[in-house]
Design a protein around this ligand. Sequence first.
Ligand SMILES: *Cc1c(COP(=O)(O)O)cnc(C)c1O
Length: 394
Amino acid sequence: MIYADNAATTRMSETAINTMTELMRDAWGNPSSLYAHGQNAKEVLEKAREDVAAVIGAEPREIIFTSGGSEADNQAIRSAAELGRKKGKTHIISTAFEHHAVLHTLEKLKAEGFDITLLDVHENGIVLPEEVEAAIREDTCLVTIMTANNEIGSIQPIREIGAICRKKNVLFHTDAVQAMVHIPLNVVDDNIDMLSASAHKFHGPKGVGFLYAKKNVRLSNLIEGGEQERGKRAGTENVPGIAAMAAALKEANEKMDENAVHLIKMRDRLIAGLKEIPHSALNGDPVRRLPGNVNFCFEGIEGESLLLLLDDKGIQASSGSACTSGSLDPSHVLLAIGRVHDVAHGSLRLSIGENVTEEEIDYMIKSVGEVVEYLRGFSPLWRDLMEGKKEFIL
Ligand SMILES: *Cc1c(COP(=O)(O)O)cnc(C)c1O
């Protein structure tokens, strides 16, 4: 079995599993309690905060633990919106291909009277800093742009965007869920005011994440209650999960350079192999992309059938289209980079893991080629293309 869906979630590392199980036994106290068991849990929690902060160049008090990337995105955007509204600033800038945790929050804010500008991400899936600058207005309170896209892996020029935001005195938030431990990130050097991350994308447990917020950024609560997390996130902390996240983050961060060298080599081999399939195209930028991300469109087929047949061959991957939810809409990310519906439907994302081998890459190339050819054999769309009733795009 080849697991090539690491952008959806990753397997927990042994370090994370061991940390979590040990702490479930040993640090079960409530970190808010003053007796020994509580203080023991509190120490574990604060050590995790220091470790997480160190990885991104933050101070421990700038880290808030959350239930994951979605919550961190929601809290960051809601906080900036509330701060903005107080000053009469109700304009927010983002892109059309953000994660739904960002896009759906922005839709809600729009209904609440905010004005939202979604910037073009161009054919390669990369935002231009000068277009961010041009979009900033007197009433702009937030720019939120992801560090790397979850579907096509394109890496955004966040340092430049952050510098522009600083200059214009606008808050900058970045959803770094996919980028974390795959590319170097430093909140100071990269001019970031707020950053979201999620443990299960870097071999930590699900349901845990964190929000970095620069110390001068006043956060608002999504959850009211006790005084946990400096009053910014009520609820007894998931101490074992948080410690496991910190352990996974530290471990993956230490191996980042080594992993990236291997992943880029494997990624580029996979891309070169899949390019040989006729009427196919890589989605996203060939170079400015995450080390483990490969995303292709194949003309004349449906992504869903491709996935099912690949599963039969022992390859677990993902497609951009959202037919599982009963909708026939293709991925908003592929549409944002200008893929037309027919082409966007035939998409495949292979997000490979650090342990992938050259043999596995070659097996994936061979299997995808076979499955695409097989599916085209009885696809009405492919027949139309072959008979010239429709024009090839790729
Ligand atoms: C997975 C993901 C999220 C959501 O994180 P959860 O921890 O699953 O809530 C947000 N943004 C991006 C880019 C993601 O890939």
